[in-house]
Design a binder for this molecule. Structure first.
Ligand code: NI
Ligand code: MN
Length: 220
């Protein structure tokens, strides 16, 4: 499987299928990625992004799935703790400690709770934490699903910062950690290389800093 970081919280997994997570990038479009499946962690604009205009098969929490259906997007609703298989790709929805809303014309409406995903494809498991604070049940995500890769927010203010994400990485135990949700705007400024140094100095985990557009091969 190839994992491409498109920027902010947006990641493309390319294998048997193309799975696009949180299709938003600042000042650009991800329409050209042509995904088979879109997964949305929560309803905030910087995660829903182009979900409606992409109009692909979309996996999201029930409330968002219902909203998307009303906009003509073929959606599969699920909820936290559940696992769903779509075209051979498994999606396990994990908790996230964050708020959730759908913005309609500037007015926030209820969008269910925020979530993360463990996505399994081609014998590789990727944990995308979504927007979240640190929570100790991340250890359960590690114990239960043994993800190969953990995508963790480090930008602070709206999510974990580097110090919390360091502990999250250790709770989850994925051999490869990729920081996300930082430096999109000044208010989530963070140094991913300082995060990498701190994690690698204190654990056996590896951190790979990807610039937007860069990819890494995972598994075979
Ligand atoms: Ni958010
Ligand atoms: Mn966000």
């Amino acid at each position: 499987m190839q994992l491409t970081y498109l920027g902010h919280s947006c990641v493309l997994l390319s294998g048997t299928r193309k799975v696009l997570i949180d299709p938003f990038i600042e000042g650009g479009s991800v329409a050209g990625t042509n995904p088979d499946i879109v997964a949305v962690t929560h309803g905030h604009n910087d995660h829903m992004g182009e979900t409606v205009s992409l109009a692909r098969k979309t996996v999201a929490i029930s409330e968002i799935a219902r909203f998307l259906k009303s906009r003509g997007v073929p959606s599969e609703g699920m909820n936290i703790g559940g696992t769903l298989t779509v075209d051979g790709v498994t999606f396990t929805m994990t908790p996230a400690l964050h708020s959730g809303s759908i913005d309609e014309g500037g007015i926030p409406g209820f969008g269910g709770t925020a979530a993360g995903f463990v996505i399994g494809m081609d014998n590789v498991r990727v944990y995308h934490a979504g927007d979240t604070a640190l929570f100790s049940d991340m250890k359960l995500i590690g114990d239960l699903y043994h993800p190969d890769v953990a995508l963790l927010p480090i930008g602070g203010r709206y999510t974990m910062g580097g110090a919390e994400a360091m502990m999250a990485a250790n709770y989850i135990g994925a051999k490869l950690v990729i920081p996300i949700h930082y430096n999109t705007w000044d208010r989530i400024a963070a140094d991913p290389h300082a995060f990498k140094k701190a994690v690698e100095r204190t654990s056996d985990l590896k951190v790979q800093v990807l610039n937007p557009g860069e990819s890494v091969g995972i598994g075979t």
